[in-house]
Design a protein around this ligand. Structure first.
Ligand SMILES: C[S@@+](CC[C@H](N)C(=O)[O-])C[C@H]1O[C@@H](n2cnc3c(N)ncnc32)[C@H](O)[C@@H]1O
Length: 169
């Protein structure tokens, strides 16, 4: 996308600072702007963008339905909206995933520091909790309710990840 410009939004000053460093190092500061803001009230106008993506966000918001409306708002009619999130593997992969998030990740974090152990312990309950509050079929309904059409989902990496996309009506 040679002539496109990108606006990124995050509520964390630390995340934005790290992102700005990477953008500058890649020589993309003129094309990529990072703004301080919340997904629930994006600092952008209606229909301003050709596409919008968000990654690992919905697990953190209190009201996914309202947030999805807000995420669709800045996209022009026909523009693509897409998200990526962790998923819960099914079948034989599930016990392996449970072992990974209950033992592997916390142990790997503990090697680095007590803080990273906490981070490693957080992910499993966060992913499980999200999908128990919002099963996949309900999530896709929320996308449609937010004014997004042709909604599709694909599970990736034996179900450990999910990508959802659609077009703004
Ligand atoms: C797991 S990180 C993912 C970061 C990045 N999107 C990526 O994929 O690498 C989750 C990010 O969501 C941000 N976040 C959480 N809730 C948010 C909200 N309501 N509005 C904006 N950003 C939020 C956090 O600050 C954090 O940077």
């Amino acid at each position: 996308m040679p002539d496109r410009t990108v606006v990124g939004v995050d509520q964390s000053p630390e995340m934005l600072a790290a992102g700005r460093e990477r953008v500058a190092a890649a020589g993309l500061a003129e094309r990529i702007e990072l703004r301080d803001g919340r997904a629930e009230a994006l600092p952008v106008g209606d229909g301003e963008f050709d596409a919008l993506t968000f990654t690992y966000l919905l697990r953190y918001v209190d009201d996914p339905a309202a947030t999805l409306h807000e995420l669709a708002r800045p996209v022009r009619s026909g523009g693509v909206v897409a998200m990526q999130e962790f998923g819960l593997p099914h079948g034989l992969w599930r016990p392996l995933w449970e072992l990974y998030v209950r033992v592997g990740l916390p142990a790997a974090g503990a090697v680095v520091s007590p803080g990273w152990r906490e981070v490693g312990s957080f992910l499993g309950p966060s992913i499980r909790g999200f999908w128990s509050r919002l099963p996949e079929s309900r999530l896709l309904d929320l996308w449609r309710d937010a004014g997004i059409e042709d909604v599709e989902a694909r599970r990736m990496s034996v179900g450990g990840g999910i990508v959802v996309w659609g077009r703004r009506a």
